[in-house]
Design a protein around this ligand. Sequence first.
Ligand code: DQA
Length: 145
Amino acid sequence: MSKNILIINGPNLNFLGRPEMSIYGKETLVDLHSIIYQWITNEEWQSRFFQSNSEGEIIDYIQNNFEWADGMVINPAALSHTSIAIYDCIKSISLPSIEVHLSNIYHREEFRRTSITGLACEKVIAGLGVQGYIEALEDLKKILK
Ligand code: DQA
């Protein structure tokens, strides 16, 4: 059955693909969206993509779109490590949500090892690059069936 999925990306991920961001792979945000969109259309699902550098805009977008959605894939980027507000937002909507990190946050700087927002999600996937988003969608497919 068709499902509606929110795909949310946080601060600086609009810069994916720039040389300074090589730790996250070669793909740009547009590449990432088209890879996800291919999976989504193949399943005959629908998605809404959103990226923002602002915590408040991310919360507003989730609050304005969660009623349409059956599940969410979210990479809150640096806000994962700091944002109780996004944690509260994810908790308050009771939407099955999977957090994705392109890099392996557990093998980088100490300050990246804890994800506050991940505690509100079913699961955190880290270190698989763009494939992590596809794994997250596969996980949602299992959860939503
Ligand atoms: C990231 C990891 C975060 O620590 C970092 O601040 C990012 C990207 C990732 O996808 O690996 O911006 O979420």
